[in-house]
Design a protein around this ligand. Structure first.
Ligand SMILES: *Cc1c(COP(=O)(O)O)cnc(C)c1O
Length: 227
């Protein structure tokens, strides 16, 4: 199957999930997660109408942004952990950053975004499963992070993001997606309109629980080569 046909199949799945959840068609944005995929694969998806892409590794993002400069309306979403020494790359190339999880990263980004024409939209990554090996903040840290972000004129807070604990049964993620939605309600939906959650195997559960963006990799591009 080509990237274009897999992309069409995912758009179909997403439309069906929106319908099943009683949500308007097109209310959930699709981010094509292209980490570890060659730039040709991104071009194929772009030719099939895809504009939003997710990347995890900042070095790789920088190389791809350079190689795809001829596609000015292509948008990169940073969905991987950002170390402070790579904040500059995110500030330069990201259309949105989904993975704010510390006050020190907020401060570093706040400095690095100076010179961007528009503020950088950001999401707070929440480790809803409390897993030691995962990035993301605890629910108690959301309040202080909101304050820190709102104090930075170059950053614009847009919502919350999560990667739930892995379960073989895709509906197993649903309580974690619900938890993220409840955390958004707690802190105010006006401040946090976006919920970035759901991947290849569990996007339906995420859409039912209110995802506004799903991040889909393997179902569009196939298995990733090892890093
Ligand atoms: C890799 C990745 C995805 C995509 O996962 P798939 O299972 O390939 O759809 C989504 N979100 C994050 C944060 C990722 O690292």
């Amino acid at each position: 199957m080509t990237v274009a046909s897999k992309l069409e199949a995912i758009r179909d799945r997403l439309r069906r999930a929106e319908r099943a959840a009683g949500r308007p068609e097109g209310s959930v944005a699709l981010i094509a997660v292209s980490k570890m995929q060659p730039v040709e694969a991104l071009r194929e998806a772009y030719a099939a109408g895809q504009r939003d892409f997710g990347e995890n590794y900042l070095q790789e993002l920088e190389e791809k942004a350079e190689a795809l400069r001829d596609l000015p309306d292509l948008r990169f979403h940073v969905i991987g952990h950002v170390q402070s020494n790579k904040a500059r790359i995110a500030a330069r190339h990201a259309a949105m950053l989904h993975t704010i999880d510390s006050v020190s990263l907020v401060a570093e980004l706040g400095k690095r975004v100076a010179g961007r024409p528009e503020p950088l939209p950001v999401l707070i990554e929440v480790n809803v499963g409390g897993e030691a090996q995962k990035h993301g903040c605890s629910s108690a840290q959301i309040g202080p992070l909101i304050e820190a972000i709102e104090a930075q004129p170059g950053l614009r807070l847009r919502g919350l993001m999560t990667v739930p604990p892995h379960t073989d049964d895709p509906t197993g993620a649903r309580p974690f997606f619900r938890r993220l939605r409840e955390l958004r309600e707690l802190h105010g939906i006006d401040r946090l309109p976006e919920l970035s959650m759901g991947m290849s195997h569990d996007l339906e559960a995420a859409v039912i629980e209110g995802a506004t963006m799903v991040r889909v990799g393997t179902a569009i591009f196939g298995e990733r080569p090892p890093r």
